[in-house]
Ligand binder design. Sequence first.
Ligand code: ADP
Length: 405
Amino acid sequence: MHATRVLVLNSGSSSVKYQLLDMRDADRLAVGLVERIGEQTSRLKHTCLATGSTRERHGPIADHDTALKAVAEELAKDGLGLDSPELAAIGHRVVHGGMFFTEPTVIDDEVLTEIERLIPVAPLHNPANLTGIRTAMALRPDLPQVAVFDTAFHTTMPEHAARYAIDPAIADRFRVRRYGFHGTSHAYVSRATAALLGKAPEEVNVIVLHLGNGASASAVRGGRCVDTSMGLTPLEGLVMGTRSGDLDPAVIFHLHRVAGMSMDEIDTLLNKRSGLFGLCGDNDMREIQRRMDEGDQRARLAFEIYIHRLKKYIGAYYAVLGRVDAVAFTAGIGENAAFVREAAIAGLEGLGLEVDGERNAVRGGGARLISPEGARVAVAVVPTDEELEIAARTYELVGNRTENG
Ligand code: ADP
């Protein structure tokens, strides 16, 4: 039997998200989530899309090994078990691939060692990704496992965009440079935007705005990333749900020396208690909109800071690209918050950027234009699909192997 299914695993420190897809038609067979791994209140939620049935398990799930075994059991109940000959591969999301991994890669011992070597630059993410990979390999040692890196799409950035203006000897020794993240999404959305315009990716220049809880912008020239807003870590760039994005690095010295905060406290402040949440106490854009409608000034100021930063990046990447064919909004806020899209583009008519109110107000649906008919630059909403991208790249890599036996 020809194996056409791919299981996509996204292993976080205390969660595992998964999707099983059939790559003949990119059909989603099952999706699910295990959360609060290692706590007493762990939960597994599994949905089989073929039957439309959802099951939940509550109670302690001690570790990733137990979590993945529970996922395998749930899949097996729907006849989709990991031992099925139809399973071609497992695709893993890996956050940090450094400069080493420029493409999705079939995992072997050498690859595991390299992902491990990158832990100092991704201390929160890579250990969890590795645990997920090792657990899956133990369950199906014979099956190809593929790592798809969040950083890979950005490895095409030229040196002048990837380097910070610091001593290169120090930068190189400690691997300090701009890596960028959300690459799987930027790759998928920039290609889907070209398709929406009826062009090949090589023909178009696109600014992608990935606005979820984490947020990043990228400048994509002819299908290749030439700049992105996240840097050494996902802290740089846009204002996010709980992260500050860009600030003067001296803020950190100041908070340490003058406010007496420890490095760990500043890390937590900037990553977990800043951004929209730090500014107004909410990081959900729906709540911020509701509060603004009621005249709440803190929510209004948080929104204005968010939009101001977004506009600056649109302008910067316009200048980097020289010619822009499309600006694409994606992820939770980009896909759903029409008022954010409207505010981000407002006043940019001089750059050929405009939003049509009626088109922008349409909810749901796939990739769509929201700029007026005949606009010089297309403005679009392009839903991202990182799991499909991981599955497609994984299948691309192992499909032939499977066919050749
Ligand atoms: P993550 O980065 O966690 O993957 P998502 O891309 O799912 O995040 O985006 C989550 C965010 O999207 C939420 O915090 C919320 O601010 C925003 N969001 C989701 N739905 C809407 C909506 N209908 N209107 C406005 N904002 C929304």
